[in-house]
Ligand binder design. Structure first.
Ligand SMILES: [Zn+2]
Length: 390
C-alpha cells in the first residue's frame, strides 16, 4: 500500500485527548499525519514521522478532521426563496411552506432529485464536510419516500427515513391512518435503503405517543432512532429521545433543566442547528447550559429548502461561537467528533491510527480562523478516505 505523509502541519486537530494538553481537540504543533490506503497510519510530531512513499507539504497550515454533518434534508426539488424574502422583510406570505416542497419533490424525476443531492453534497465537500446524514421527508407517499431514500443511499451510508416529517396532505383529516402508513407499508418500502428513523415531535406535527409508536415500529424493522425535538417550543421530544435511547435529539432550542439532566444521564447527543435560528431570526439554543450540564453537543447544518438553506459547516461553527458562546474549540469538536457520536460512528470524526483518513487542510494557521473569519472560504484541500475530494 502506498503511504502518504502529510507533512509540515502547523496545527493538527486530532480530537484524541491523549495529545496536547488533554483538552478534547488533542492539538499537536509542528505535526505530520501518515495515510495508508483510506486509513490514518500514523499521527504525531513531524520530527518523529516515519518514512513514507510520498509527501504532501502543507507549509504550516492547520489540519482538522472532516466535518460530520449529522442532520441534513437534501432530497427535495425547488426552493423557497420568495418565502424567505417575505419572512426577512416581515411580509405576510401564504404559500404552502413544507407542502410546496412536497409537491415539487413528488413532481420531480429520480434523476432531478439525484442531481440536486449531488450538487449539495459537492457544495458540502468543498466546505470540508466528509460525512453527511441525508433524510427523506418530502415525498410522504410510499413510492416517493422509497425513491427519496434510494437516491440518498447513492451518496451516504447515513440515510434517515423521515416519513413522519409532517402528516401528508392527503391524510390531513385522518392522522392516525397516516401513522399506520408510516409504520406499515412505507416502512417496508424504505427499509432496504434506511439506517435511521426520525420523527418531527412537535406541536402541530407528531405528539409523544405518536413518536413512540413510529420509532418503535422503526426499531422493530432494524432502524435506529433520532428525533427532531423541542425546536418550536417546550415539549416531550427530548424526553422521548432519552426514554427510548435515541442516538440524538436534534434542535433542542427550548429546554428545561430537567431536559438537560435527562440528556446528560441518558447519553443522548444534543445536535444543535444554529443555521436554523439564524435563517428564521429565532432565539438560539442554550449551548452553555448544555455543556455545563454534561450533555454531549453536536453541530450540524439542517440544510433544507425551508428553514435553513445553508450547506456550510464553517458557518455553523462561526454561529455557534458568536451566537451561542461556544468556545472555538468546543464548536469544532462538536462539528466533527460530536457529529460522529450523533451518528454512533467510531471510525470518523477523529484523526487516530486506524480511523478513516477524512481531513481538511485549511488556508489558515489555526482552526480558530473558522470562527474568526466567518464567510471566508478557508478549505485549501479536503480528503475523504485518504483521497482528495475538493
Ligand atoms: Zn431537520
Amino acid at each position: 500500500m502506498v503511504s502518504v505523509l502529510v507533512d509540515n502541519i502547523g496545527e493538527l486537530v486530532t480530537n484524541d485527548a491523549q495529545h496536547g494538553d488533554g483538552a478534547p481537540l488533542g492539538l499537536l504543533r509542528d505535526a505530520a499525519l501518515m495515510v495508508e490506503g483510506d486509513r490514518v497510519a500514523w499521527v504525531g510530531e513531524r520530527r518523529f514521522a516515519p518514512a513514507a512513499d510520498t509527501h504532501v507539504d502543507v507549509a504550516g497550515a492547520a489540519v482538522i478532521p472532516g466535518f460530520v454533518d449529522s442532520h441534513a434534508h437534501l432530497v427535495f426539488a425547488g426552493d423557497r426563496a420568495q418565502e424567505f424574502a417575505a419572512r426577512m422583510e416581515g411580509r405576510a406570505y401564504s404559500a404552502g411552506g413544507i407542502q410546496t416542497t412536497v409537491a415539487a419533490t413528488r413532481a420531480s424525476s429520480d434523476e432531478m432529485l439525484a442531481g440536486n443531492v449531488a450538487r449539495l453534497v459537492a457544495e458540502m465537500q468543498r466546505q470540508g464536510t466528509t460525512t453527511v446524514e441525508i433524510k427523506s421527508g418530502y415525498g410522504l407517499t410510499v413510492s416517493d419516500e422509497a425513491r427519496s431514500l434510494a437516491v440518498a443511499a447513492q451518496f451516504t451510508d447515513e440515510t434517515t427515513y423521515l416519513g413522519a416529517h409532517v402528516v401528508a396532505p392527503e391524510y390531513a383529516d385522518d392522522p392516525a391512518a397516516y401513522i399506520d402508513l408510516v409504520t406499515g407499508p412505507m416502512l417496508d418500502a424504505v427499509r432496504p435503503y434506511a439506517r435511521w428513523i426520525d420523527v418531527f415531535c412537535e406541536r402541530g406535527a407528531f405528539d409523544a405517543d405518536q413518536a413512540r409508536a413510529i420509532l418503535a415500529a422503526g426499531a422493530a424493522a432494524g432502524l435506529h432512532a433520532r428525533i427532531h425535538a423541542n425546536q418550536l417550543g417546550h415539549g416531550p421530544g427530548i424526553g422521548v429521545a432519552c426514554e427510548i435511547g435515541a442516538a440524538s435529539a436534534d434542535h433542542c432550542t427550548f429546554t428545561t433543566p430537567d431536559d438537560l439532566d435527562n440528556l446528560a444521564q441518558s447519553g443522548v447527543v444534543a445536535t444543535l442547528l444554529p443555521g436554523v435560528e439564524f435563517s428564521t431570526r429565532s432565539p438560539y439554543p442554550d449551548a452553555r447550559a448544555m455543556i455545563a450540564a454534561g450533555v454531549t453537543v453536536a453541530l450540524a447544518t439542517d440544510c433544507n429548502p425551508g428553514s435553513c438553506y445553508t450547506s456550510s459547516m464553517p458557518l455553523c461553527v462561526a454561529l455557534a461561537v458568536r451566537e451561542m458562546r461556544m468556545a472555538p474549540a468546543e464548536a469544532l469538536w462538536s462539528a466533527t467528533a460530536g457529529g460522529a457520536k450523533a451518528l454512533r460512528r467510531e471510525d470518523i470524526g477523529r484523526l487516530e491510527v486506524g480511523l478513516r483518513a477524512d481531513f481538511s487542510v485549511l488556508a489558515a494557521p489555526s482552526y480558530v480562523h473558522l470562527a474568526y473569519r466567518p464567510g471566508v472560504p478557508l478549505m485549501h484541500a479536503v480528503y475523504r478516505g485518504g483521497q482528495p475530494i475538493a
